[in-house]
Design a protein around this ligand. Structure first.
Ligand SMILES: C=CC1=C(C)c2cc3[nH]c(cc4nc(cc5[nH]c(cc1n2)c(C)c5CCC(=O)O)C(CCC(=O)O)=C4C)c(C)c3C=C
Ligand SMILES: [Fe+2]
Length: 430
């Protein structure tokens, strides 16, 4: 695993030299980019401790989160396999009328070039507003997705993937169309809020005349180093959320998450994925009125350590779930309507997805309740076999659904990663 701050590990495992990490903006001559490296070394050592992932080089103590970087180029796009960053910006754009295949290609070329530059902390181009000048890339990833509408508008209807059909309406959906769907989707993750917002602003300005912002949302996850040891983050209901995700090292992971070559989906999408997005508001006033043991019953896991109900006191979140386990009274330890029972692949014909959601908190609603919840994001090889059957089940029989409102929705084809010198979407457009 690469450890030097002046080299980038690309997703294909190759390394690439760059100007020494934190001072590269100054080397590039960007105005105002005289940078201070190594501040707060002691705190930084802790902050960087849990940022390691398959495509994510460890950062030596003393450099903080700033210089950490995720290579833009590779087999898959960034922002899928890496550990979640502390901040996310989600946005969707609609193509302007009359923008055909060539206009779309020009935009994606430009966006890819810019995302690759920003991922190593370089300024974008003339549209860079210089608001993140003194920050490193902070593990910036930019992930692009294509909505169903894009294919008709760009004259590519014959290349629309079969998996990109609209999601069915689920019972109790309360969806706002203005905050869902969209022709082009962008997920921007970074360990610094300004870095993420800056990247979105640059992409938006570059799109002027070609694509207009349709909706935008901000989210957050745990900041690296916030806990004494690396552990799965908590959501705004206080649950450890993400434990039983498919793990990259496990057999069959790629088949669950990525589109295989030679299958039902078009060849251009091989190595890509599908992303299902749901903005799910949590009814926190109701949830927080429940005693903790009732909250645990709703999920099927302990709140303190995330261990499955019925597991021994010293079990941890990674203890395998025993859905047949019984309590002392002979009743199922994980209740029939517990979220983890209803959502489990075993209850859904093996349906699986890689969940990578972020919390949001956007103030209060008119009734004084928090406008807060989960920006649910799940990558999968085919939503018709992943998200849809699971959500069908959850909407009918999940104890958690009484505390949730699905308010916005989108499904996007996520193209494979771009090779060096290439752009995301190239396999579709060239
Ligand atoms: C359709 C898919 C899912 C939606 C929508 C969903 C919403 C949602 N989930 C939580 C909290 C937790 N979910 C957990 C596990 C879990 N959830 C899903 C699917 C959806 N969740 C799956 C497939 C699983 C794994 C089930 C298993 O195999 O064990 C957990 C437990 C910890 C974990 O494994 O992640 C929590 C907690 C919320 C709050 C929420 C909507 C806001
Ligand atoms: Fe869940």
């Amino acid at each position: 695993m690469e450890t030097s701050t002046d080299r980038t590990v690309e997703q294909d495992g190759t390394t690439r030299g760059t100007a020494p990490g934190f001072t590269r903006r100054a080397l590039l001559g960007t105005a105002g980019a005289a940078l201070v490296a190594g501040a707060g070394a002691g705190a930084a050592a802790a902050l960087t401790a849990d940022r390691h992932g398959p495509n994510h080089p460890p950062v030596p103590a003393g450099d903080g989160l700033g210089p950490a970087r995720v290579g833009f180029h590779g087999e898959h796009q960034g922002g899928i396999l890496e550990p979640q960053q502390a901040r996310v910006q989600l946005a969707a754009f609609d193509l302007a009328g009359g923008v055909g295949r060539d206009g779309l290609r020009a935009l994606l070329r430009r966006w890819s070039r810019t995302a690759a530059r920003m991922a190593v902390g370089e300024p974008a181009d003339e549209f860079d507003n210089q608001v993140a000048l003194d920050a490193g890339p902070c593990s910036l990833t930019v992930t692009f997705g294509f909505g169903a509408g894009l294919f008709d508008k760009a004259g590519l209807a014959d290349r629309r993937p079969a998996g990109l059909e609209p999601l069915p309406a689920f019972p109790a959906d309360a969806l706002d169309p203005a905050r869902g769907d969209g022709d082009l989707f962008v997920q921007i993750g970074a360990d610094d809020a300004l870095v993420a917002v800056h990247a979105l602003r640059v992409l938006q300005r570059q799109a002027a005349g070609t694509a207009a912002l349709r909706w935008q949302m901000s989210g957050f996850a745990r900041t690296p180093g916030a806990t004494a040891r690396p552990m799965t983050g908590r959501n705004l209901m206080g649950q450890i959320d993400g434990t039983n995700n498919p793990q990259p090292a496990e057999e069959g992971f790629a088949a669950k998450v990525f589109v295989a070559a030679g299958g039902e989906q078009p060849a251009w999408l091989a190595g890509g994925s599908f992303l299902v997005f749901r903005r799910i508001r949590m009814l926190l006033d109701n949830w927080e009125a429940l005693p903790v043991d009732r909250q645990e019953r709703v999920i099927g896991r302990r709140k303190s350590d995330g261990a499955p109900l019925g597991a021994p006191a010293d079990a941890g979140e990674r203890t395998p779930v025993d859905l047949a386990a019984q309590g002392p009274d002979g009743a199922l330890a994980v209740a029939a309507d517990a979220h983890i029972r209803v959502a489990a692949p075993a209850a859904n014909g093996g349906a699986a997805m890689l969940r990578r959601g972020f919390s949001y908190h956007d103030g209060l609603l008119a009734d004084g309740s928090p406008d807060a919840g989960l920006l649910f994001l799940a990558f999968q090889a085919d939503p018709r076999k992943g998200f849809t059957p699971v959500q069908r089940k959850l909407a009918r029989g999940d104890g958690l659904s009484r505390f949730l409102r699905h308010e916005a929705s989108g499904v996007y084809a996520v193209p494979p990663g771009a090779p060096q010198g290439g752009y995301v979407g190239q396999t579709l457009l060239d």
